[in-house]
Design a protein around this ligand. Structure first.
Ligand SMILES: [Zn+2]
Ligand SMILES: [Zn+2]
Length: 166
């Protein structure tokens, strides 16, 4: 079964530190799959949409992760790296952004959603938790296709001007 699945699915390379939500969104768009269609292919039911919102309660089982890893074409270990390590608390809201990081490499970093993360160590900047241009919340990373605010269309990479030093 898995060989048949993988023969028509296009796999993508995960980025360093990319969140599962962002990765799954890219994979689904590449293959024109809805969250439920991906869940059906992997045989895991309706969990994909929840994972894309960082809702990990109940936490994904090894069997679920292995099934999804096989469909998306990465190893189980690599897929696990897109989830917070055990004991690290995640915030599912608000979705946060270091615009300076995004400008360098346009993807959502998992560690931006850690409760313990107050800012970006790389840029010494605080994270943004909404668009300061129009006050809209950021969409879930699975939907970051255009890399801009849903409402005012300002590009995420242009939002560094609102990041305070950290
Ligand atoms: Zn940064
Ligand atoms: Zn906006």
């Amino acid at each position: 079964m898995s060989t048949e699945i993988q023969s028509w699915l296009l796999s993508i390379e995960p980025f360093e530190g990319e969140s599962l939500s962002h990765f799954l969104g890219r994979f689904r768009r590449q293959n024109h799959l809805s969250p439920s269609a991906l869940g059906d292919l992997a045989g895991v039911g309706a969990v994909i949409a929840r994972w894309e919102r960082f809702h990990f309660n109940p936490f994904p089982s090894d069997a679920e992760l292995a099934a999804v890893a096989e469909v998306v074409g990465v190893t189980l270990d690599r897929l696990r790296q897109m989830l917070a390590p055990e004991g690290v608390k995640m915030k599912c809201e608000p979705i946060r952004l270091c615009a300076a990081c995004y400008q360098e490499e346009p993807y959502h970093r998992l560690e931006w959603q850690y409760q313990s993360t107050g800012g970006c160590d790389r840029h010494q900047l605080r994270l943004l938790s909404k668009c300061r241009n129009c006050q809209a919340k950021f969409p879930i990373p699975a939907l970051w296709e255009d890399g801009c605010c849903d409402r005012c269309r300002l590009h995420f990479g242009e939002m560094t001007k609102w990041q305070k030093s950290y």
